[in-house]
Design a protein around this ligand. Structure first.
Ligand code: F6R
Length: 261
C-alpha cells in the first residue's frame, strides 16, 4: 500500500486527477469506479476543468458507481445516481449510457445485485476505483462486520454513518435511508487500482486503523492492505494519527515522478 500525504486536500486531488488523466491517455476506454460524498469532490473539480480545457477526454470511457441508497424517491437529489451527474459526469464528454450504478429502486434486489456484478465483469472490471472512508472505517457502504469477500448486496447503514450523512438530508439522521446497495469488499478488490482519499481530522482514526491496524472486517477499509495496487491519499490532518507518517512523506518525496501513483 502506498500512502501519499499532501499538506492540503487540493494537492492530493490534483495528484489523483493526474493518475486518471494518465490512465485515459494510455487506455481511452478505461473503466472508472466512482465514489460519491465529499472526499472525491476535489478530484472531480480537477477532471471537469481539464476536460473543459480539452486536456482529457472521457469519450470512450465507462464508469460504475460504488453504491446507492435504497428507498429514496426517484427524483431525490441525494440519490447517488443524481449526485454523480451533478458533481461530475454531466460535465464530462462521456457517451450516453456510459455510467452505471446499482438501482436502489429495484424490486428484485438480489437480481439487481447480480446484474450489477455481471455488468462490472462484462466491462472487463474497473481500472481505477476511487474510494472515500467513513469515520467507522467503511468503504463503499461496507460497514464494520462486512465480509472481506463480499459482493454487491443490500447493507444496513450504521447509526454513525447515518449521522455523518445527515448533512445531505437537512441535518436529520432519521431522514437518511437505512438501507443501501453497495459493491462488496471482494468486488472492490477486483479493481486494478484502488485510490482512497481522505481529508480532515475526523477521518484520522479510521485512516490509522485501515492503514496500520490488522486486516479485519471490523475496519472494512483495512481490506486495502490485501490489494497489490492500493494508494491512500491523505492531507496532513487525516494522516495525523499514522505512526508511519514521516516514512510515507520521505518515500513520496523520493519517488521518481515517472512512476505516478
Ligand atoms: C460514497 C461511499 C462512502 C463515502 C464515505 C465517506 O459513495 O461509498 O463510502 O466515500 O462515507 O464520505 P465523505 O467523502 O462524504 O466523507
Amino acid at each position: 500500500m502506498e500512502v501519499v500525504i499532501t499538506p492540503t486536500a487540493a494537492g492530493g486531488a490534483a495528484l489523483v486527477a493526474d493518475a486518471v488523466v494518465a490512465l485515459l491517455a494510455r487506455r481511452p476506454a478505461a473503466v472508472l469506479g466512482l465514489a460519491t460524498g465529499s472526499s472525491p469532490l476535489g478530484v472531480y473539480r480537477e477532471l471537469v476543468e481539464r476536460c473543459r480545457a480539452g486536456r482529457v477526454s472521457f469519450r470512450a470511457a465507462r464508469a460504475f458507481l460504488l453504491d446507492e441508497y435504497v428507498g429514496l424517491p426517484p427524483a431525490a437529489p441525494q440519490a447517488y445516481a443524481r449526485v454523480i451527474r451533478r458533481d461530475l459526469t454531466d460535465a464530462l464528454d462521456l457517451a450516453p449510457g456510459a455510467v452505471d450504478g446499482p438501482d436502489g429502486a429495484a424490486v428484485d434486489v438480489p437480481g439487481e445485485c447480480a446484474r450489477y456484478e455481471a455488468a462490472l465483469a462484462a466491462a472487463g472490471g474497473v481500472d481505477l476505483q476511487l474510494l472515500g472512508i467513513g469515520t467507522d472505517g467503511h468503504v463503499g457502504f461496507n460497514e464494520p462486520g462486512s465480509s472481506l469477500a463480499s459482493r454487491t448486496r443490500l447493507k444496513t447503514l450504521t447509526r454513525r454513518t447515518r449521522t455523518d450523512n445527515a448533512r445531505f438530508f437537512g441535518g436529520d439522521p432519521d431522514a437518511v435511508p437505512r438501507h443501501v446497495l453497495t459493491q462488496g469488499l471482494g468486488t472492490l478488490l477486483d479493481a486494478r487500482h484502488l485510490v482512497l482519499l481522505a481529508s480532515g481530522e475526523a477521518k484520522a482514526a479510521a485512516v490509522a486503523a485501515a492503514v496500520e491496524g490488522p486486516v479485519s472486517a471490523s475496519c472494512p477499509a483495512s481490506v486495502l492492505q490485501l490489494h497489490p495496487h492500493a494508494t491512500v491519499v491523505l492531507d496532513d490532518a487525516a494522516a495525523s494519527r499514522l505512526a508511519g507518517a514521516d516514512h510515507h512523506r520521505e518515500t513520496w518525496a523520493g519517488k521518481p515522478a515517472w512512476q505516478g501513483l
